[in-house]
Ligand binder design. Sequence first.
Ligand SMILES: [Zn+2]
Length: 183
Amino acid sequence: MGVPAVRIRRFGNRCLRRRAQTVDAAAPGTRDLLDCLWSSLNRDGGVGLAAPQIDRDARVVVVLVPDRPQGQQRIELVNPVIRETFGPRVPFEEGCLSFPGLYTRVWRQRGVVVAAEGPDGVKVLREEGLASRIIQHEVDHLDGVLFIDHLPILRRIMLAPRLLTYVVTEMLKRLFDKERDGA
Ligand SMILES: [Zn+2]
């Protein structure tokens, strides 16, 4: 892929708390953004990435479903809208590339129906299990919602020292990577 990876912003960067703007699914810039998300995701080794995590104000996410019978599946969602969640709420140890090394139990509904735009119009996906969980996590990012927001307040308080290390790291990165950050 020709588009280079960029630095994934950590908790503490305000870009993670913004509500992102819808984009033109057919614009060349949207294709470039998707490619940049794939490059960055592959470099950091995650299963999902949303544009706000690389400081791009766009409702665009990529999802790498690792557990398909035929192998990995790559899903691109432009302007996704969650139409429905269904099934029981289930726990899972979730992580996020904006919180490297942090895994914590998050409860979400088992299934999701999501509509998104593609070059050929709107597609609707109905997913369960891991794919559903990653999609819900990534679409949350587009509204500035993070996985820690789903935790009970006591768990968040316990994690506070850990969260502070991300804030400090991000602050230092922004101080010393000024040029690259603005790219
Ligand atoms: Zn995340």
